[in-house]
Design a binder for this molecule. Structure first.
Ligand SMILES: *[C@@H]1O[C@H](CO)[C@@H](O)[C@H](O)[C@H]1NC(C)=O
Ligand SMILES: *[C@@H]1O[C@H](CO)[C@@H](O)[C@H](O)[C@H]1NC(C)=O
Ligand SMILES: *[C@@H]1O[C@H](CO)[C@@H](O)[C@H](O)[C@H]1NC(C)=O
Length: 208
């Protein structure tokens, strides 16, 4: 069957097929080369001018994210733990020098049982001697839908006793490449005994 079929193909048809395959092959080859050129610098080239289109970046947009942050210090499964403090921390009214590491869940509603959309991972430390003021250095790591795997990085000051605290978003990854913006935090619930807190977040972020 097969040899017969080949015999029936006219030389012109064969040539057309040959050139079609050949040009397709070249197309893929050059596309692959093009891709390579887009994503990597040439060897021994330190810096190049690039357009945002070349990097696949389209329109810049402003997103508003809303979620609740659960900081649990008490119980058998705390989400924030003390990792260091100074000798004088226990003499300071503001716990100056105390450093905690957190991996706090983020949920759509204020209840811990509501849908988790990510976590807040990083460090917070008491950085003020005159009032309770925290240095916050952490990442929002999202797991929800198209945001799964994307992150936002926060570096800011959190005066936890103020009704609204604003912290800058200094960057992001994945869907949040080139991110900048701010996060507003409001304490939703604070357990005076354990200091476990639920914090409402409104995040405004410009990204591509
Ligand atoms: C990049 O663009 C700047 C300003 O347009 C220009 O001065 C510079 O020479 C360019 N650099 C390269 C490596 O093309
Ligand atoms: C604070 O902690 C240190 C140990 O780091 C201890 O020697 C000191 O007695 C403590 N001071 C108070 C006021 O609890
Ligand atoms: C997020 O992505 C990871 C792999 O990168 C996958 O294992 C996980 O199921 C995804 N989660 C959701 C909620 O889509």
């Amino acid at each position: 069957m097969a040899p017969k079929a080949i015999k029936k193909i006219k030389p012109t048809t064969f040539l057309i097929i040959f050139f079609t395959i050949n040009s397709l092959f070249n197309h893929f080859l050059s596309a692959a080369k093009h891709d390579h050129d887009h994503n990597h610098n040439h060897h021994n080239t330190f810096s190049r001018n690039r357009s945002s289109k070349e990097l696949g970046l389209k329109r810049e947009k402003l997103s508003h994210l809303h979620f609740y942050f659960h900081d649990v210090l008490s119980g058998k499964t705390p989400t924030a733990v003390k990792v260091a403090e100074a000798q004088m921390t226990n003499t300071s009214t503001t716990a100056f020098g105390k450093v905690l590491m957190m991996d706090d869940p983020l949920t759509v509603g204020p209840e811990r049982s509501s849908k988790q959309v990510g976590s807040a991972q990083g460090i917070y430390a008491s950085a003020s001697q005159s009032e309770v003021g925290l240095l916050m250095v952490y990442n929002f790591v999202f797991t929800e839908g198209k945001y799964n795997g994307s992150t936002l990085s926060i570096l800011g000051r959190n005066s936890v006793l103020s009704p609204v605290r604003e912290m800058p978003i200094v960057g992001g990854s994945g869907l949040f490449r080139f991110a900048r913006g701010y996060a507003q935090a409001r304490t939703h619930n604070l357990d005076a005994k354990t200091l476990d807190a639920v914090v409402e977040y409104n995040v405004y972020v410009i990204h591509f």
